[in-house]
Design a binder for this molecule. Sequence first.
Ligand code: NAD
Length: 498
Amino acid sequence: MNTVGHLINGEIITEGTRSQNVFNPATGDATKQVDLASKATVEQAIAAAQAAYPAWRNTPAIKRARIMFKFKELLEKHADQICQMIGEEHGKIGHDAAGELQRGIENVEYACGAPELLKGEHSKNVGPSIDSWSEFQPLGVVAGITPFNFPAMVPLWMYPMALVCGNCFILKPSERDPSSTLFIAQLLREAGLPDGVMNVVNGDKEAVDTLLHDKRIQAVSFVGSTPIAEYIYSTATANGKRCQALGGAKNHAIVMPDADMDNAVNQLLGAAFGSSGERCMALSVAVAVGDVAADALIAKMTAAMKKLKVGAHSDNSNDFGPVITRQHQEKVVGYINSAEEQGARVVVDGRNPEVQGYANGFFVGGTLIDNVTPEMVSYQEEIFGPVLQVVRVETMQQAMDLIDGHEYGNGTCIFTRDGEAARYFSDNIQVGMVGINVPLPVPVAYHSFGGWKRSLFGDLHAYGPDAVRFYTKRKTVTQRWPSAGVREGAEFSMPTMK
Ligand code: NAD
């Protein structure tokens, strides 16, 4: 069985001490092993990054950007191979993997603008013959820790920008689907990146904890579940590091009585079940305002869900694939059971899907649950599976109160034809990313991505303009060249610009 190793100083290495299985979730078979880095291996990666830093820091931004232009070309050239790797280990269907990769590439495109993004601010004559400017300097060696659900895109949220800003990077990808992430990072060498600037360590808590405690790591970007995000944020900041830690979600869509119901159903289908609901922006709760809207939604959804196609990644006609592991499959089914036990009505039941030829795969079929209430465990927690729950309320304000009362605040959406209602909603709702008749309002690469409340710990959002600020520190320089003969005496009062 192949072992997925680590990329350190331009070389792939394996330790062979600790490892774990990587599965093909469609067949249920273990297909590879992934090496789990020890503290010593992570420290080797940090040392390589530290050694590469002085030269990389002083490489002109335009040269760093040119490597990204080449990197983008290589990502496009190898797209099919990358999507195949994603499919084999994550299970997402080819068309969905291609979408993920494209959204990742858009972050590389944004990073290509580094010379413009790093220009800084300049003020001439802030005082007599005094100029002042702010420049944005790299932090040094920074780290990223990423989840299984976007093995290509989420790492690409982080390191292209970190690198063009002049930092060196250590990536700790998800141990559940590591191959595409490692392959992509290797392309950087071909694109011209010097060895040691970008390193990948595969592993688990031991690798993460080493990164969190090592003084040479200046900043940590994390994306994953909320309990781990909170741990990462508190540990990294306690160790003096800058940190942004993006967590889990429970994204609600309000379905207003005046909504174009056919459109809402179509949008909800893709947003609830696409990628088996394993997206942090998945719409997992539909809040129907009024019973007329709720009944219409349930009826149309039930009919549409009959056509959902669940299967392996290799068949592009499938809508979505399996979930990531057997344990996760059991967890998702457990949430459906608990909703039923707590009084909800399972309208479309995906607990025992038949997927021909894949009897041992980790499949859960599309599931629709009506009459869900806020007390239910399945409402409070993130399911991360192909399950859409419907909550019935009487008014839009009740729907908004529900969303605001939830601990997560990643994304949300309203389906309506009423511009005034939509404007009130987007202005007041306590959620970081809002859609108006747009179910997955994932910001484009030149905006920034982040939730509110317990969906994000930290100040700056991921990628886009916030990433330029996250991966740099501001230095402000005030300069004067006193001309001969105009030298002032010592001044003891607070300097002002006379
Ligand atoms: P996870 O939290 O289990 O793992 C994320 C990373 O943390 C992995 O690299 C993993 O190895 C590491 N990790 C896990 N347990 C750890 C521990 N005890 N100590 C230190 N490190 C640990 O998340 P996941 O299951 O891979 O991904 C799914 C979760 O990620 C969902 O909750 C989803 O909502 C969230 N997510 C959020 C966003 C966002 O932008 N907000 C995006 C994608 C995914």
